[in-house]
Design a binder for this molecule. Structure first.
Ligand code: FAD
Length: 438
């Protein structure tokens, strides 16, 4: 008898799962459900749509025909819970749908700040097609906006709005941009470029409340009492897995839905993948929620294979994020530290060539205008890397970090203050590949 696979969520994880199921089970019925009218689209692409670099149409990787060819049925409905005994999903409109295997791939949503006025019309988030379309519409007549946040999405919102002719006041809680990940030099590069674009940067600034008039945003007030008039406020202060359905249905959750190595939840036959899932990392001994597109796709693929009967454990690759910060291509591989020199770090060299040491790791940097490379080097392996600008080393480093390659032979030479890090790594990577160590 043919199996019915129900997939809640039509994002990277949900669609990858549907494709994996179809490749193993040609007969089964696959039903993919999305609460969004837009269905399956590239969520990272929203930033490029806002900045006018991509048209709305190019955000849709699949045509209607692609879904038909794969025999994937689509429904635009909002799921609220499932009943594991009856094996049915319940929807907001009261309808029900039975399943044999269920995947929860509901993603994450932007965090709503705990301040007054966030429900006023004109408060926006760059997290869905609907919200992005709203920003695009508003940007046609809007002269200025406030954006609050400190990471990639906040920057994308700032740049997207500026590209549409909206002057942005950018509120950053810390004393520099993205101090959790970038070091001082990297933050400075981004900040300088933002200033050149005409963005007004407000450091050490926290929002006290959004001010309103007749239900609409009229301005903002900062904690130190400053008031700025505006009709739009964008928040990008983090994302949170959508757990309401899991909690209503009795699934084990932590920060996300907890899954075993086969991405199966605490209820047999029910799987979870993508931004909503929390996987256990045996190496570090911690539960991890990854919020990245390639990881969501990878988890979706593995979950889909297991739903169709395979017994494939999920192996977490070291996280990789390729993004653009004020037009500078930036790749973040693995662990790059906080970028914040704390007491364990000693900076022994100046601006252009720096290395910082702390007990378990060494940070090496090479810098040339906007081309920068920063490595976090452990005793035997490269723990992480951040590349801005020139991406020649991106692939070699990705491989060396992912394979946890033993870099003992070059460790001393790369941490030397005057090291030609790029060439040493490139040469070593070639040798390492020739040895068949990858
Ligand atoms: C602006 C932006 C830029 C990004 N840039 C990058 C980047 O450069 N690199 C990168 O790796 N990642 C990036 N990401 C993150 C990436 O998009 C996510 O990690 C990825 O989309 C997660 O996929 P997912 O399938 O888990 O969830 P999602 O893509 O969020 O999909 C969730 C699905 O669940 C559906 N859904 C939600 N609730 C319900 C419900 N109750 N009932 C039915 N359906 C429901 C939604 O409609 C949607 O179809 C970016 C995200 C954003 C917003």
């Amino acid at each position: 008898m043919s199996c019915r696979y129900v997939i809640l969520g039509m994002g990277a994880a949900g669609i990858a799962a549907a494709e994996a199921i179809r490749s193993l089970d040609k007969q089964g019925e696959i039903v993919c459900i999305s609460a969004e009218k837009a269905g399956y689209y590239s969520r990272p692409g929203l930033a490029y749509y806002l900045s006018k670099e991509l048209g709305e149409k190019s955000l849709f990787p699949f045509t209607h025909q692609d879904f038909q060819n794969r025999e994937i049925k689509r429904l635009n409905m909002t799921a609220v819970k499932f009943d594991p005994k009856e094996q049915v999903v319940l929807f907001q409109d009261g309808k029900k749908l039975g399943y044999d295997r269920l995947l929860i791939a509901l993603g994450a949503h932007a965090v709503k700040p705990q301040v007054g006025g966030v429900d006023l019309e004109g408060v926006v988030y760059l997290d869905s097609m609907e919200q992005t379309q709203l920003m695009v519409r508003k940007a046609r007549w809007l002269k200025k906006a406030v954006v609050v946040g400190g990471g990639i999405t906040a920057l994308e919102m700032v740049e997207g709005l500026q590209a549409r002719g909206v002057r942005v006041d950018f509120f950053i809680r810390g004393e520099r941009y993205w101090n959790r990940v970038l070091d001082e030099n990297e933050s400075r590069i981004v900040q300088q470029r933002l200033k050149e674009e005409g963005v007004r940067l407000h450091f050490n600034t926290e929002l006290a409340r959004v001010l309103g008039r007749s239900g609409k945003v009229a301005g903002v007030e900062t904690k130190d009492g400053r008031r700025i008039p505006t009709k739009m406020v964008g928040f990008a202060i983090g994302v949170r897995p959508r757990l309401e359905l899991a909690e209503a249905s009795g699934l084990e959750t932590g920060r996300g839905i907890r899954v075993n190595p086969y991405l199966e939840t605490s209820i047999p036959g029910v799987f979870a993948a993508g931004d909503v899932a929390e996987v256990y990392d045996p190496e570090s001994g911690v539960w991890i929620v990854d919020s990245l597109w390639p990881i969501a796709r990878h988890q979706g693929t593995v979950a889909g294979q297991n739903m169709a009967g395979a017994q494939k454990p999920y192996q977490r690759n070291s996280p990789l994020n390729v993004t653009r910060l004020t037009g500078v291509t930036t790749t973040i591989i693995g662990k790059v530290g906080t970028g914040e020199p704390d007491n364990d770090f000693t900076i022994v060299r100046g601006e252009s060539q720096t290395w910082q040491q702390r007990p378990e790791a060494v940070v090496c940097q090479a810098q040339e205008d906007v081309n920068r490379l920063r490595l976090l080097v452990g005793e035997k392996k490269i723990l992480g890397a951040l590349l801005m600008g020139d991406q020649t080393l991106s692939h070699p480093l990705e491989e060396l970090v992912a394979a946890e390659a033993d870099i003992s032979p070059i460790r001393e030479s790369i941490i030397r203050p005057d090291a030609d890090m790029g060439n040493i790594i490139m040469r070593y990577w070639h040798e390492w590949r020739q040895m068949g160590a990858h």
